[in-house]
Design a protein around this ligand. Sequence first.
Ligand code: ADP
Ligand code: MG
Length: 353
Amino acid sequence: TPDSVSPTIRPINKGVVYRICAGQVILDLSSAVKELVENSLDAGATSIEIALKEYGEEHFQVIDNGCGISPNNFKVLALKHHTSKLSDFPDLQSLTTFGFRGEALSSLCALGDLTVETRTKNETVATHLTFDRSGLLVGEKKTARQIGTTVTVKKLFSSLPVRSKEFHHNIRKEYGKLITLLNSYALIAKGVRLVCTNTTGRNVKSVVLKTQGSGSLKDNIITVFGMSTFTCLEPVIVHMADGCTVDGFLSKAGYGSGRNLGDRQFFFVNGRPVDLPKVSKLVNELYRGANSRQYPIAIMNFTIPTGACDVNVTPDKRKIFFSDEGIILLSLREALEKIYSPNYASYSVNKFD
Ligand code: ADP
Ligand code: MG
C-alpha cells in the first residue's frame, strides 16, 4: 500500500549467495562430474578415472594424469571466478578449453566437501588440499602421488537440504544420467583412456566403463556400444555453409536402437558434448519416415568455425546457439532425406577408417 514503509534493501548473506549461484552451475551429479572431467581434459590428461562410492551418493573422485596444479595457485584454486584459462571476455571467441569461468571448484566447495591432491612435474611430492564452503584453502599437507590431480567431492548437496533429499531419492536416475554423459566423453575423446568404477557395500568395486583411448570415433563407438551395434550404423558427412560440417554415425533405416527416445543420441560441437534438441527432433522426424517402430542411434559432431557459434549461453555450457541455425538445419535435412530415402546406396563403413 502507498503508506506502508518501504522495506530496506539488504545484502543477502554471502554463504547463501554462494549456494544459490553454485546450484546453477552444478545441477546434479552428472554436471558435477562433467566439470571435473573437463578440468582433467583441459589439464592435458591422457588417463582419467572416475571413481564413485555408492553411485556417487557418498562421494565421487576424478583422478587424472594431467599437468597438476602449481603451489602458487593453491590459495586461489577454489575461489569464485578464478581461472587459469581466460582473462578477457573476447577470449571466448577463440576458446579451446572446456572451462573458462572459474566456477566449478568454487561451486563444488559450496555444495559438498571438496579435497584436492595434486602434483606437477616440478614437485617431488604431492599436496593434499582442503577447502571450506566459500572456497578458502583451510588445510595443506604433503602426500605421495604421481604427477596429476585427484579431486574428491563428498556428500554433494549436503548444504542444500531440499536438493540433497531429491538427490538421494533420485540417485539411480542421476547415476544413469552420469553414465550417459561419460559415454559421450568416451565417444568423442581421442587418445584419452577413461575408466569409471563404482564401489558399493563393503568395498565391492565394479568397472562401469573402460575405454582404450583410441584415435577414431569408429573405434570409440565399438568400445562403448560393441561391434554389433556399430554394424547397424551408417556414416554421415555433411558439408554445410560457412565451412561448417557435421560428421558421425546414424542408425540405418532398418536398425534403430528401439530404446527410449534420446537414449543413444550424442551431439557434439567442436568436440564438446552438448544438447541439440532441434537437431535431435529433426533426426527423429526423418528417421520415422523410414522406420516408425524404433528410434535412431545418433552420434554427430558439428565442426563450426569459431565465431559461428556461441558457447557462452547457459551456466552448465550444454546449450549452444548457432548463428546460422536455419541454414544448418536445412542442409542437415537435405542430407538425411537422402540417407533415409528407400533407394539410398549405403556407404561401406570401412571407407571412413
Ligand atoms: P575453470 O575450469 O573454468 O578454469 P574451475 O573452477 O573448474 O574453473 O577450475 C579452476 C582452475 O583450477 C582451473 O582454471 C585450473 O587452473 C585448475 N584446475 C582444476 N582442475 C584441475 C586439474 N584436474 N588439473 C589441473 N588444473 C586444474
Ligand atoms: Mg573447469
